[in-house]
Design a protein around this ligand. Structure first.
Ligand code: NAP
Length: 248
């Protein structure tokens, strides 16, 4: 039996990287998938086709996760098109790294808006639907950096730590209505986001990870699948580290 048969998921930022991996795993497990992107129209069209070929309903929406109105509109469109929403994955995220000394106010604000305010926007937007149907699984993508901090990433670390506090609070607010809210904290996952990093630095990191490799989008997607499915029906308010043992 497929774990997400008959369920509908919204995944933000799925045109590439981890979000794309989640969309693929969800569709393989029978979920209908509505996903968003910021500017990658072609990649989105391509993914739409790939998911549809797996026999599920799939549609990509250009929607800026940082914009509250666009989040509300997105949920309306998805409800119209798919009829229901069971799973929300807040995955869209960006980095604008710099030491605090050199970080502009704009780079701080932008990262907080895309990474953290987006989680507020989307959670608000699906809340009524989840409460009415007395079920829903929210999965928020944080990072080891949100747990541990990282020099040169004050904006990113603050946004990712904020996600953990937000998600735990939602677990407390909505638990009585069977709405669950959990966080995934990936370590070093090899995507376009990490392709920007210095290769020598990356080699050092791989050596320092207990499992001796960077993670793949699929590694993260499989944990997402567990949290999205009824296999995790008694799990809420948690942060699951998918980091090859990095923070152990
Ligand atoms: P990525 O390869 O850079 O992909 C980012 C995705 O987010 C793209 O689909 C992008 O769409 C979308 N996006 C960016 N800004 C957006 C916005 N304003 N509205 C809607 N969508 C937007 O990143 P990734 O490595 O897959 O990371 C995915 C998530 O995991 C992020 O939250 C990241 O912080 C987190 N994470 C990643 C790692 C890692 O090692 N890679 C580690 C820990 C946590 P476009 O293609 O249209 O730009």
């Amino acid at each position: 039996m497929k774990l997400l048969e008959g369920k509908t998921a919204i995944i933000t930022g799925a045109s590439r990287g981890i979000g794309r991996g989640i969309a693929q795993v969800f569709a393989q497990q029978g979920a209908n998938v509505a996903f968003t992107y910021n500017s990658s129209v072609e990649a989105s069209n391509q993914l739409e086709k790939e998911l549809q070929a797996l026999g599920v309903k799939a549609k990509g929406y250009k929607s800026n996760a940082a914009n509250f109105k666009q989040a509300l509109d997105l949920v309306d469109y998805v409800l119209e098109e798919f009829g229901t929403i069971d799973i929300l994955v807040n995955n869209a995220g960006i980095t604008k790294d710099n030491l605090l000394m050199r970080m502009s106010e704009d780079d701080f604000d932008r990262v907080i808006e895309v990474n953290l305010k987006s989680v507020f926007n989307m959670t608000k937007a699906v809340q009524t639907t989840f409460l009415k149907q007395r079920k829903g699984s929210i999965i928020n993508m944080s990072s080891v950096v949100g747990v541990k901090g990282n020099a040169g990433q004050t904006n990113y670390a603050a946004s990712k730590a904020g996600i953990i506090g937000f998600s735990k609070s939602i677990a407390l607010e909505l638990g009585s209505r069977n709405v669950r809210s959990n966080v995934i904290a990936p370590g070093f996952i090899e995507t376009e986001m990490t392709a920007k990093l210095d290769e020598n630095q990356v080699k050092e990191w791989r050596k320092a990870i207990p499992l001796r490799r960077g993670g793949s989008p699929e590694d993260v997607a499989n944990v997402c699948l567990f949290l999205a499915s009824d296999m995790s029906s008694y799990v809420t308010g948690q942060t699951i580290h998918v980091d090859g043992g990095m923070l152990t």
